[in-house]
Design a protein around this ligand. Structure first.
Ligand code: AMP
Ligand code: ZN
Length: 472
C-alpha cells in the first residue's frame, strides 16, 4: 500500500501522487516574526517535519519552502510600539525562531524566503498588476488594491463556504477576518500614518503588500506555479489559503496545489493556544522549566495532526518516561551488539527478521495519513516484546542488528535519539584516573573520584565493558 493523506480541499483521504515521480514540492506557511513562536505554532511545524521526514524515509526528494512573514499588520504594530525600524524589530525573533527549530530537531527547509526581500516584493507587485489587468482586482480610492472575489467562482471551495448564502460584504482591509465579514480582500494596502516608515513604491502609490499575496508570490516564485503539498495550521484555511488559491490561480491559470494538509490546533484547557488569548507557552518557557526540546517534540508529535492536542504538564512527564523507556531499550541493543557483533544483514535476511518481529507496522501506520498514534503504539509494542526477549537471552545477534538498524531509521523520522553531550576534558581525566584506581584495586580512591565526578554532574556506572559516564 502506498501513501495516502487527507486533503482539506476534497475532505477525503486520497492516495498521494506527486506531479513528478519521486519528487515533492512542499510549501509550509511560516511564522509571523513579531514575537517568539509559541508551542502551538510549533505543533504545525513539527507535523510538517514529520511529513517531510516520512516522505524522505519513503524515498521522495522533498523541496520545502517555509516563509517568514516579516511585514504584516502585527509586525508593523510591534515595531511602532518598540520605536525601531521594522527590520530591527523582527531580527531577534527570526534568530530565535531558527534556534527553536534546532531545539525541536526540525529539519531546515531548503528556502526560508522573507516577505520584505526586494525580489519577492517585486513579484507581489507584478502579480497584483496582472490581477488588475485581468479584472480580478481593482484599486480603491485610497490607493489600496483589492481582490474581487466575485471574479473567482471557486472562492470558498477550500473552506467549503457557500458564497451565495454568506452574502459577501464590500471589503476587508485586515489580514485576518472571519467568514461573517467575508468580502474582497486587500492585495496592497495604501500607506497610512500607522505604517510609519514601512512602505514600498508601487504603480498604485506607496504602501505594502497584504499577507496573502506574500505567500502566493513566494510559493510560486520559488516552487513554480504548481505545488504538490501546502500545509499550515487549521486557522490558515480561511481566509489565508483560500486567498492564496484565488490569487495564484488567477495569475497562472493552473491548479495551484494538489494536496492541502492542515493540523488541528494545540489547545490549553481545551482552548486554542494563541498569543491573543494570552494562554500560550513559548518553547523557551518550557526549557526554562527544565524540559528538553526532545520531550516537547515528543508531546507535539504524539497525537495525530488531525486530532486536537491538549497541552498539559502531565503530557510532558509522560513523554519523559516514554523517552526513558526508548533510551533504555536502545542502550540495551547497543550493549548487546558490542558483546555479540553481527555481520551486516543481507536484504532477504533483513526482510525475514522484519516480518518475524513485525517491524513494518510502524511505517505502514505513517503511510496511512501520518497515523502517529498507531506508529508509536507499534514501536512501544516492539520495545516491550524485545525487552522480554533480551531478558530471556533469546534474541539472535542478527535480530538485534535488525532492531538497531530499524531504530536508526525510526530516529531519522522521529528524532528520538538522546542528546549527544560532549564529555569535558576534566571529566574525562577524572574518569581515567578512576579506571586506573579500580584496576589497582584502590577502592577508596575510586570512590573519591566517583564523588568528584558526581559533583561535576556526571554519573559513573561500572559495566561489563568498563565504566560508562552519563550526565546526571
Ligand atoms: P502565525 O505566526 O500566527 O502566522 O502562525 C504560524 C503557524 O502556526 C500557522 O501555520 C498557524 O496555523 C499555526 N498555529 C497558530 N496557532 C496554532 C495552534 N494553537 N496550534 C497549532 N498551530 C497553530
Ligand atoms: Zn502563508
Amino acid at each position: 500500500m502506498g501513501l495516502s493523506f487527507f486533503n482539506t480541499l476534497t475532505r477525503q483521504v486520497e492516495p498521494f501522487t506527486p506531479r513528478e515521480p519521486g519528487r515533492v514540492s512542499l510549501y509550509t506557511c511560516g511564522p509571523t516574526v513579531y514575537n517568539y513562536a509559541h508551542i502551538g505554532n510549533f505543533r504545525a511545524y513539527v507535523f510538517e517535519d514529520l511529513l517531510q521526514r516520512h516522505l524522505e524515509f519513503r524515498g521522495y526528494h522533498v523541496t520545502r519552502v517555509m516563509n517568514l512573514t516579516d511585514v504584516d499588520d502585527k509586525t508593523i504594530r510591534g515595531c511602532r510600539a518598540a520605536g525601531v525600524p521594522l527590520a530591527e524589530f523582527t531580527q531577534p525573533f527570526k534568530r530565535a525562531f531558527f534556534e527553536d527549530l534546532d531545539t525541536l530537531r526540525i529539519q531546515r527547509a531548503r528556502h526560508f524566503p522573507e516577505a520584505t526581500a526586494a525580489n519577492h516584493i517585486e513579484r507581489m507587485i507584478a502579480m497584483i498588476t496582472t490581477l488588475i489587468e485581468r479584472g480580478h482586482a481593482y484599486r480603491a480610492d485610497d490607493g489600496s488594491v483589492y481582490f474581487r472575489i466575485a471574479s473567482f467562482p471557486a472562492y470558498g471551495r477550500l473552506a467549503h463556504l457557500n458564497l451565495d448564502e454568506l452574502r459577501p460584504g464590500a471589503r476587508v482591509a485586515s489580514d485576518e477576518y472571519d467568514k461573517e465579514s467575508l468580502g474582497d480582500f486587500a492585495l496592497w494596502k495604501a500607506w497610512t500614518e500607522a505604517d510609519g516608515a514601512v512602505a514600498w513604491d508601487s504603480p498604485w502609490g506607496r504602501g505594502r503588500p497584504g499577507w496573502h499575496i506574500e505567500c502566493s508570490a513566494m510559493a510560486t516564485g520559488i516552487l513554480g506555479p504548481q505545488i504538490d503539498i501546502h500545509c499550515g495550521g487549521e486557522d490558515n484555511i480561511f481566509p489565508h489559503h483560500e486567498a492564496e488559491i484565488a490569487q495564484s490561480e488567477c495569475v497562472t491559470g493552473l491548479d495551484f496545489v494538489r494536496l492541502w494538509m492542515h493540523c488541528k490546533h494545540l489547545l490549553v484547557d481545551n482552548q486554542k493556544m494563541s498569543k491573543s488569548a494570552g494562554n500560550f507557552f513559548t518553547l523557551r518557557d518550557l526549557i526554562d522549566k527544565g524540559w528538553t526540546g526532545r520531550e516537547v517534540r515528543f508531546v507535539l508529535l504524539s497525537v495525530k495532526y488531525r486530532e486536537p492536542l491538549n497541552f498539559t504538564f502531565d503530557g510532558l512527564a509522560a513523554a519523559r518516561s516514554a523517552l526513558a523507556r526508548f533510551d533504555e531499550w536502545s542502550r540495551r541493543l547497543d550493549d548487546h551488539l558490542a558483546l555479540h557483533p553481527a555481520q551486516p544483514l543481507d536484504p532477504s535476511q533483513r526482510s525475514t527478521i522484519n516480518d518475524q518481529l513485525d517491524l513494518s507496522a510502524f511505517g505502514a501506520a505513517l503511510d496511512d495519513d501520518l497515523n502517529i498514534s498507531a506508529a508509536l503504539g507499534a514501536l512501544f509494542e516492539v520495545i516491550r516484546d524485545t525487552n522480554k526477549r533480551l531478558d530471556a537471552g533469546t534474541l539472535t545477534a542478527a535480530e538485534v542488528r535488525a532492531l538497531a538498524d530499524w531504530r536508526d531509521q525510526i530516529n531519522a523520522v522521529l528524532q528520538f535519539q538522546p542528546e549527544t553531550v560532549a564529555i569535558p576534558a576534566e571529566v574525562e581525566a577524572l574518569a581515567a584516573a578512576r579506571a586506573a584506581a579500580r584496576a589497582a584495586k584502590n577502592f577508596a580512591e575510586s570512590d573519591r573520584l566517583r564523588d568528584a565526578l558526581a559533583a561535576l554532574g556526571w554519573t559513573v556506572k561500572d559495566t561489563k565493558d568498563g565504566q560508562k559516564l552519563t550526565p546526571a
